[in-house]
Each structure stands twice: as C-alpha cells, then as structure tokens.
Design a protein around this ligand. Structure first.
Ligand code: FE
Ligand code: FE
Length: 198
C-alpha cells in the first residue's frame, strides 16, 4: 500500500479551500490526531481523514450534484433541496479518486462526518467529534463540556453532540434522518452496556 503524504494533502487543501475553511480543516486534523493518541488509534490516519473531511465543501452545489449524477452516487430528496449536505459524499469520492485514499475507514470517516451512523468505527467517531470541537468553533452549545468529555468518553461526547445537533436542526428544514438514527442507536447502546455493568 502506498503511504499517504499528509503534507502534500495539506498543501492541496490550502489551494482548494477558502482561508476560513482551511483553518477549520487544520483544527479538525490536529484535534482528530490528539483524540487518536488518547484512544490508541493511528494518529496519521486521523490526520489524513481530518485534512480531507471537508475537501468538497468549497465546491459549487451544481458541481457536487453533477459529480453525484455522473458517478451514480445516490442523492436523497433532502440532499437535493440542500446540496451542501452532499459535501460528505462527494468528499469521500474525491478522497478516493483524486487523493488515492484506499483506506475504507478513512473514506467512511469522511462520508459520515456530518450525520454519523449507527455502529461507527473509532476513527469515524473521532472525525465526527473533532469537526464539532476543534479550537476554531465558537457557537455550539455545551462546547466546554463536550471538549472535556471527548477525551474521557468518546461515546458520551458523541451522544451529547447528536442531541444538541438534533435540537438545533429542529428549527431548520427537515433534518437528515441518519442523525436521528445514529442518536437512537447510541442511546440504546449506552443503556445496554449500562445494564450489563449492573
Ligand atoms: Fe463538513
Ligand atoms: Fe468540517
């Protein structure tokens, strides 16, 4: 397997993204690497996934839709109405095709970074959480609590983020049902593990 050059990826991302998005990207990448160290995951992989997670964010909506159409990437009705949601799917595609990332875990971490999904891998959780807590974020509720939680209990941090996201999404169009599914899954999962401990 070819080794991934994170410095090269970083340089390409600096060109592809606007300065604010690039700053956010670096924040996510290094927060993800720190979380990986905390949970004995591969920090280089976390860095790669973090650097690439928003690689399609600054692309025109039309172009995102066009890429999906051309490469048979399914687009839901919600995504059709809010094409910015597609940056995760298109980003994962671009990571594979243009950055030659073959690691399924990294590709999935990019693919599910906005909604999460039931039974996420450790790296998927790390990218989802890093995206929410990176140092440049300011406005999300409960940030200090979630930032602390993230380095103590990945699943608890995940649940808190999903809960706050669902509350936030209530006021906006229809939320992606995957966010609700992920939340429900982790509530059940937590209750099951608690019962086992008793
Ligand atoms: Fe994103
Ligand atoms: Fe992001």
């Amino acid at each position: 397997m070819k080794t991934v050059d994170n410095r090269k990826i970083r340089k390409r991302m600096e060109k592809a993204l606007d300065p604010k998005r690039f700053e956010h990207t670096l924040g996510v990448a290094y927060t993800a690497a720190s979380l990986a160290m905390c949970y004995q995951e591969n920090a280089q992989k976390a860095l790669t996934a973090g650097l690439l997670h928003d690689c399609a964010k600054c692309m025109d909506n039309d172009k995102k839709l066009h890429i999906c159409e051309k490469h048979n990437i399914p687009v839901s009705d919600i995504e059709k109405r809010n094409p910015y949601l597609l940056h995760a799917k298109v980003g994962s595609y671009i990571a594979r095709k243009q950055f030659h990332i073959n690691d399924k875990d990294i590709l999935n971490a990019i693919l599910y970074h906005t909604t999460g999904r039931p039974a996420m891998s450790c790296l998927e959780k790390i990218i989802f959480i890093a995206d929410y807590i990176e140092p440049g974020r300011k406005h999300a509720p409960n940030l200090p609590l979630i930032r602390k939680l993230a380095f103590q209990d990945l699943d608890e941090a995940l649940l808190q983020i999903l809960k706050d996201t669902l509350i936030y999404l209530q006021d906006i169009d229809t939320p992606d049902p995957m966010t609700q599914q992920t939340y429900d899954y982790y509530v059940t999962y937590r209750n099951c593990t608690k019962r086992e401990e008793e």
